[in-house]
Structure formats: structure tokens, C-alpha cells
Design a protein around this ligand. Sequence first.
Ligand code: DP6
Length: 320
Amino acid sequence: MRAMAIAQPNIALIKYWGKRDFEHNLPAVGSISITLRDLFTEMEVELDERLASDKLTVNGSIDEKMLPRLSSCIDSVVGVDRPRGKIVSKYNFPVAAGLASSASAFAALTVAAAQAAGKPSSVAELASLAGRASGSAARSLFGGFVELENCDNSIALSTLRESDTWPLVVVVAITDTGSKAVGSTEAMEISRKTSPFYTNWIERQNDDLDTARDAIVRRDFEQLAAIAEHNCLKMHSVMWASRPPIVYWNSATMRCLQTVRRLQRKGVGTFFTIDAGPQVKVVCLPEYAADVRAAMAETEGVVDVMVSGLGEAARLVDSS
Ligand code: DP6
């Protein structure tokens, strides 16, 4: 009744923002992401009939805040009448700061919980269960370049390209390590209900997905860069025009974008993307990784820099 899994966060290049079904947590749009290699979450789940309630530790400390969401994720994997569990999680990067920690957490938790309960499931089933807990988590069940498509009452995932066939590098410029003020679940609903740009965002998404998919299949970095930056800025415009406005950026976020523009003017193959937080993820061709890393580290207001290659799907690890 014990299992351990590891999952990497993923970074969306064509973003998921908005839900078509809040209850089942189904996204309003498809998305395309890259799974990272060097940032990870490890989740160990031990189901034990003797426990009266679930217990969670995050990096060695007891955590009550994240527990309800993790408990209901285990409920959906194992069933509500399940034994309670001891959940031990470890992250090698800041949690809840816009670095997709929920994606890797729920992906790893889903895989570990299914195994601990002796419920072998297909990757598609696990992805769907992870997606119920957090939409972006479904993508971490797959490695490399991943597309999440909307089907009638569900989602379907596929790897568009394996990580080793186009080994891009992601430099994460951390501008604030604190937790974000508004979680993405709540912020998406505010956008859906109040942003005058929301409908347009939904309507245009398939065009962006087509362009990005084509760029990935043909390994056209410039085309991917242009559509990813455009899609990211569009998503943030939807947020900024919401009421109340949702602004995740700080002044260092903006300075990072200026650094990326300066690098691009010098011919460096790189582009930025930003999620529900102030960190800037700078994607580049591998030959430029050292230059991009140095430029981001020197940017005023950047407190830390993490570098990652592209990685594999969530998986079980031997915990014996
Ligand atoms: C901006 O997956 O965190 O990172 O389904 O409500 O848990 P919930 O949302 P979440 O949203 C991710 C939003 C994003 C874009 C993306 O990853 O596609």
C-alpha cells in the first residue's frame, strides 16, 4: 500500500486559461507544453487503515494548506472509501510561485496513489485524473512536447515530439520566491466572468495551436518563438483586463522581457513565456543556453536562475 512517483513540471507554450466545466475541471482551450527534466516533485503515498486522516509533509514540514486538494485527488484515483494516507512530498524548486509546482505534484500524486491502491491504470486514465485535480498536471503524464486536446467530455493527450529529438533548454528567471496572491483556478474564473477579451482568447486558440504544432513538427524555432510569445502576452492581456485586474508581473518580470529582446536582437535563438506568477521562463536553443543563463542572472531583480533541459513523463520510482 505504498508507492513513490516522480514528475517534472511542464511549461505551456500555448496556454490553458479558462474552464469550460468547473466541476470536472475541463479546460476551455487546448494547450501545448514542454515537460522539464531538472525540476522535480517526488510524492510518496502510503495508504494505511489505521490512520484517521490524511497527513502531508512538504520538504519535511507538515503542511495543512495543500492537503485538501491532495486528499480529493487521491479520492478520485482510489475512491472515497479508501484508507487514509501518509503523503510525503519533496520539491527541488519553490512551491506555488508560478513554477508549475501543482502540475508536477498532481501528476506524481496520481501515479503514486494508483500504484499504492493496486489500481493499475492507463496513462490516459491517469492523465485525466491528474487533470481533474489541476488542468496543467495532465500534461506532466507525458514527456517532451505535449499537446492536450479537448474532446467532448474529456481531454486527450499526446506527445508531439520526444525531448531528445529537439533538446531545447529552459532558463527560469526567478524574480520572487513568495507564493502568488491569487491562485490560477480562481483567477481563471475571474477572467471568464469579467474579461472583455476572454471570448476572443477562446476563439483564436485553435489557430495558435495549429501554428505551434506545425513549428514543433518541423523544428522551426522562430515560428515557435513568435507564436509562444504572442499566446503568452494574449493570456496576460485577458488577465489584465479582468475585474479586478490580475497582474502577476513585477518590475523584474518586465526587465527580463527586455533582456530577452536584447538577446534576440543579437541573433540569439530564444523566447520568453510567463505563467500565473512573476517568473520568466526563457526557452532557447541549446547552443545559447550559457549566454541566456548569464544574461538572465545579470538582469536587475532576478533573485535566482534555474536551468533545465526537456524531460520525461511522470513515473514510479522504486521506494524500497
Ligand atoms: C497559466 O493547471 O494551475 O500555467 O486547473 O485550476 O489547477 P487549475 O489550473 P492550473 O493552470 C495553469 C495555467 C497556466 C497556463 C498553463 O500551464 O497552461
